[in-house]
Write a protein that binds this ligand. Structure first.
Ligand SMILES: NC(=O)c1ccc[n+]([C@@H]2O[C@H](COP(=O)([O-])OP(=O)(O)OC[C@H]3O[C@@H](n4cnc5c(N)ncnc54)[C@H](O)[C@@H]3O)[C@@H](O)[C@H]2O)c1
Length: 339
């Protein structure tokens, strides 16, 4: 097949994680678009691309007619950029989070339906061998029927900049990763949430940088999420520390180490006899952002639907906004992806 042609929109920090894989996969990057022309030019030079730099997305889509667009802009721009690319007839892979609000996200899903183009969101943490291994072990019934999932995430993150000023920095900017991961690893979708956001004493954030959330998931699975971005000392891994409890065993995944577990091995005693096990590590061909790009290329080559196709990924975003709504109202809030 001829090399796939792409237009990349957004030449900021995260584009450094995308240009390497784009070059490695020999994608023909025809244009790099950014509101800041110098940023687009800088990345073209840095990665040795023979691409055109521009501030005009529509003109680049019309001129180059790419197979797909890569949307690496800020969340507030995702809706306009992605909809423009879909309407110009190309498929889109975009950075997370899908949008900065549910109305925009629903509009984007409808744009994909109307144009018949593929729109997928890259959730880089899905393409990680440890996470795939847990997903497979749970799905295989290694710990029996899954009942409970717990994730704790504690960092003392002194970013400076916009995160220090924004409302709900933890839930909006970070928890989308953990919420998407629980859906992936547990194989369950969100039903409703009770949540409380708060800003701990001594916080250097203006908005609530910590939260406690209880999600009801499909098949009766309960998910407890405890997170903080202003917790000094004894930090967790960026992926968080996880516990999966099933009817006949548990899996622990902590500090980014290989996941391990214990399963019931007899039916006597106050604590049942237990066998230790290691969760066997699965293969992931391409990791992180390369994994997201790989799913788009695979779609173009074989028609296989990416796992983070927009109708699926909007469920992860809906967890974010339902948690914020629950905290604001003090009520249990149903998680509604499409209305
Ligand atoms: N997967 C991850 O782990 C991860 C990590 C960091 C950032 N991200 C995501 O990547 C996205 C970008 O983050 P970043 O850190 O690169 O931000 P950034 O601010 O460094 O870069 C964004 C770029 O987009 C450009 N831009 C904004 N609106 C535009 C528009 N309408 N048209 C053209 N260009 C536009 C800006 O000028 C800027 O150069 C965000 O959605 C963020 O959440 C993901």
């Amino acid at each position: 097949m001829a090399r796939e042609k792409a237009v990349v929109v957004g030449a900021g920090g995260i584009s450094n994680a995308w240009f390497g894989p784009l070059v490695q996969e020999e994608v023909n990057v025809a244009a790099v678009v950014d509101l800041r022309l110098e940023a687009a030019r800088g990345q073209i030079e840095k990665y040795g691309l023979s691409a055109e730099a521009s501030t005009d997305l529509k003109a680049m889509l019309e001129k180059h007619r790419p197979d797909f667009a890569v949307d690496l802009t800020i969340p507030e721009s995702h809706c306009s950029v992605t909809c423009a690319a879909l309407e110009a007839g190309c498929h889109v892979v975009s950075e997370k989070p899908m949008a900065s609000g549910m109305e925009e996200a629903r509009k984007m899903v409808r744009a994909a339906e109307k144009t018949g183009r593929m729109y997928m969101v890259s959730q880089s943490r899905r393409w990680d061998a440890r996470h795939k291994s847990i997903q497979e072990a749970v799905a295989r019934g290694r710990i029996g029927e899954l009942t409970t999932v717990d994730c704790g995430f504690y960092l003392g993150a002194h970013f400076g900049g916009f995160r220090d000023e924004m409302p709900s920095p933890l839930i909006l900017d970070m928890a989308i990763h953990h919420f998407d991961l629980v859906r992936y690893m547990a194989g369950a979708d969100p039903v409703a949430v009770y949540a409380k956001e708060f800003n701990p004493k001594g916080s250097w954030y203006k908005g609530d940088a910590a939260a406690l959330c209880i999600f009801e998931m499909t098949d009766g699975v309960m998910f407890a999420y405890r997170g903080s971005w202003c917790s000094e000392g004894c930090h967790t891994d960026w992926n968080g520390n996880w516990r999966f409890v099933g009817a006949s065993g548990s899996i622990l995944y902590e500090q980014g180490e290989a996941p391990r577990g214990q399963a019931v091995a007899g039916d006597t005693g106050f604590n049942r006899p237990l066998n230790d096990f290691q969760v066997s590590l699965s293969e992931v061909a391409r990791e992180g952002m390369h994994g997201g790009l790989g799913e788009m290329l695979n779609y173009l080559r074989t028609g296989a639907v990416p796992q983070t196709e927009c109708h699926d990924n909007i469920k992860s975003l809906a967890m974010v906004f339902a948690a914020i709504e629950s905290s604001r109202t003090g009520q249990r809030v149903p998680v509604m992806a499409m209305e």
